[in-house]
Design a protein around this ligand. Structure first.
Ligand SMILES: [Fe+2]
Ligand SMILES: [Fe+2]
Length: 204
């Protein structure tokens, strides 16, 4: 089995030496499960609060729209990672040779996920700005205070989630793939490296 890649940097968010499979499993069992549980509920609550308190708290309507945008961004993102990127990472974990995968290099789905992470960062920043750092008005109903606390928790969990992918799983998966390709090129001779087109994406 290929070790989980280059030694993870100190701040990957994972146990040192965690395998690609362990990282993918942990991400699914914690951050992905959390988002799938809370996103629909928080979105529905934000819409209900905006409808109920529109007159005294007009700021709730644009906030509900932002929560809707975040949900629309994140739910398909989770599915793409679970159905494409994480299975690819698990294949690399147990491989003795570069696995064949319909996406080509793992850099392709990683490049797409990095773009989506940037969009999520932007949405979270807009949400923080729209709520004065998740601080509800003193006269806001208890439900609004509760919503803001839950949004602050959602932000913190999602930032940790993205950090673990950008700094833990993604670099480790690219390093594992690179090691397999180099080993395969060495076995085949000096002129038979991987397809250069696979390397078009930036590092995480
Ligand atoms: Fe994820
Ligand atoms: Fe992600």
């Amino acid at each position: 089995m290929i070790p989980s890649s280059q030694p993870p940097a100190a701040d990957t968010g994972f146990e040192p030496g965690a395998s690609l499979t362990a990282m993918a499993d942990e991400l699914e069992a914690t951050h992905h499960a959390y988002l799938r549980a809370v996103l629909p509920e928080i979105h529905n609550r934000a819409v209900t609060l905006a409808d109920t308190h529109a007159a005294r708290h007009p700021e709730l309507a644009p906030l509900a729209s932002l929560v809707q945008e975040l949900r629309a961004e994140l739910e398909p993102h989770l599915t793409k990672e679970e159905q494409v990127l994480f299975p690819f990472a698990r294949l690399l974990d147990g491989a003795d040779a570069p696995p064949r995968f319909h996406c080509g290099s793992i850099r392709n789905p990683i490049g797409a996920m990095l773009v989506e992470h940037d969009r999520t960062h932007e949405l979270l920043a807009r949400m923080r700005a729209a709520t004065a750092g998740f601080t509800a008005h003193a006269d806001a109903p208890a439900g609004v205070h509760h919503l803001y606390r839950d949004l602050a928790e959602l932000e913190a969990d999602t930032l940790a989630h993205i950090h673990k992918e950008n700094r833990g799983l993604f670099p480790a998966a690219m390093a594992a793939e690179r090691a397999l390709l180099e080993r395969s090129a060495a076995a085949a001779g000096p002129d038979q490296g991987g397809d250069p087109a696979c390397w078009a994406y930036r590092e995480a």
